[in-house]
Design a protein around this ligand. Structure first.
Ligand SMILES: [Zn+2]
Length: 390
């Protein structure tokens, strides 16, 4: 059986690690095109100046316009050629990172995430948008990033909601990889064709990727709450370090080499509801995970464990938590239909999936989440009332 494992070449995280960025630029040459939002550059300016001086490298400012579009990618690629840049740096959140991937085209790429909100930094794909902000296309590159460099001090000082959203994205990884293992789905895109005529050009996930997906879930349960508290206090602790690695490295490889399934497909479906637009990818994926568990009729204890984790760290557990207060059956059907389009990852589930079964799963997850919240607040009231003379 053909199996494959896709990953970045180097992954480095540490306190003030941006001070070593110049070292990694040096492995390619002496100058790098820096693609970053001006606000993100401002946050790390001092460290950039220090590392540029220490390693004698130049960061070429790109005046990135904030959107990952074809036009912006072409402009920046031309700039890189004009300035003779030897590598590309994507520093910041998703848009800067995706744009850097498009400019680098799979070569000499350093990714410096300043938030841990998704597992996208490690992947070899990007999302392109139209100039007016609509979805354009997915782009896949011949190689994953050369270096992922994470300054944990910067992550500790970013808003905590990003870290929690990253935990939501990481929460689905194990359950989606598990579905792929159960259904023997081929998960790796972007590989050369099968060696024998007529064989499938794709491959199944490796045990290594599945082990990483399992560790991803274990880490969330053991260190998620502690990491959130560390981030609220802007300090780097072992728990925060574990969760940064979990959100970015383990979840990234876990999904890219382990496969996506219903949780992300239901996330994609939910995006048609206007109310969800104010919520981050990982927040919606957390609810998508609960819906996947309902869809596959996961054991009650497992669903409760996930629900409790979400409530404890502040991830959504019901539709209301992701901005959907009143939803009609017709709207839910549209969500389920979008989750079930032929190219969706939902067909990695190890059983036939229908629009009706997805609608039922979303309704069930929503009710379970609302009941859980109600019970939790009832218990909190009871606890709070204990010492009072009522
Ligand atoms: Zn995701």
């Amino acid at each position: 059986m053909r199996k494959a494992f896709i990953c970045p070449t180097k992954y480095v995280q540490g306190e003030d690690e941006i001070l070593n960025l110049g070292y990694f630029v040096r492995t390619f040459g002496t100058s790098a095109l820096l693609i970053a939002h001006p606000d993100d550059v401002k946050r790390v300016k001092e460290k950039l100046e220090k590392t540029a001086e220490k390693f004698d490298v130049t960061f070429v400012e790109s005046h990135f316009n904030g959107e990952c579009t074809r036009q912006e990618t072409v402009r920046l690629s031309n700039l890189a050629v004009e300035k003779g840049c030897s590598c590309t740096i994507g520093l910041g959140g998703g848009k800067a990172i995706d744009t850097a991937k498009c400019v680098a085209q799979g070569e000499n790429l350093i990714i410096v995430p300043t938030i841990a909100a998704t597992d996208a930094p490690t992947s070899h794909s990007a999302v392109l948008y139209t100039p007016d902000g609509g979805f354009d296309d997915y782009a896949y590159f011949k190689q994953s990033p050369s270096v992922i460099l994470i300054d944990t001090t910067v992550i500790a000082n970013a808003p905590v909601r990003f870290l929690v959203a990253g935990m939501g994205d990481a929460l689905s990884t194990y359950f989606e990889a598990r579905a792929n293992v159960q259904s023997c789905t081929k998960v790796n895109a972007g590989l050369p064709c099968g060696v024998r005529e007529g064989t499938c050009p794709e491959a199944r996930g490796t045990k290594a990727a599945f082990a990483m997906a399992e560790l991803c879930y274990e880490n969330l349960l053991s260190d998620g709450i502690k990491a959130k508290i560390a981030c609220e206090n802007h300090v780097v602790t072992p728990a925060l370090e574990t969760i940064i690695e979990t959100n970015i490295l383990l979840s990234g490889i876990g999904f890219e080499s382990g496969g996506l399934a219903a949780a992300h497909a239901i996330h994609d479906g939910l995006t048609i509801l206007e109310g969800t637009h104010r919520y981050y990818h990982g927040e919606k994926v957390a609810f998508g995970t609960l819906a996947q568990l309902a869809l596959e009729n996961a054991p009650e204890e497992e669903m409760q464990e996930v629900l409790e984790f979400c409530s404890a760290v502040g991830l959504p557990v019901c539709l209301e938590d992701i901005g959907v207060e009143n939803v009609t059956d017709e709207e839910l059907r549209q969500v389920a239909e979008k989750s079930c389009i032929p190219e969706e990852s939902i067909y990695a589930m190890p059983f036939p999936v229908t629009v009706e079964s997805v609608m039922a799963a979303i309704k069930t997850a929503d009710s379970m989440g609302r009941n859980h919240t109600r019970k939790a607040s009832f218990n909190a009231c009871r606890e709070g009332g204990k010492g009072l003379n009522l």
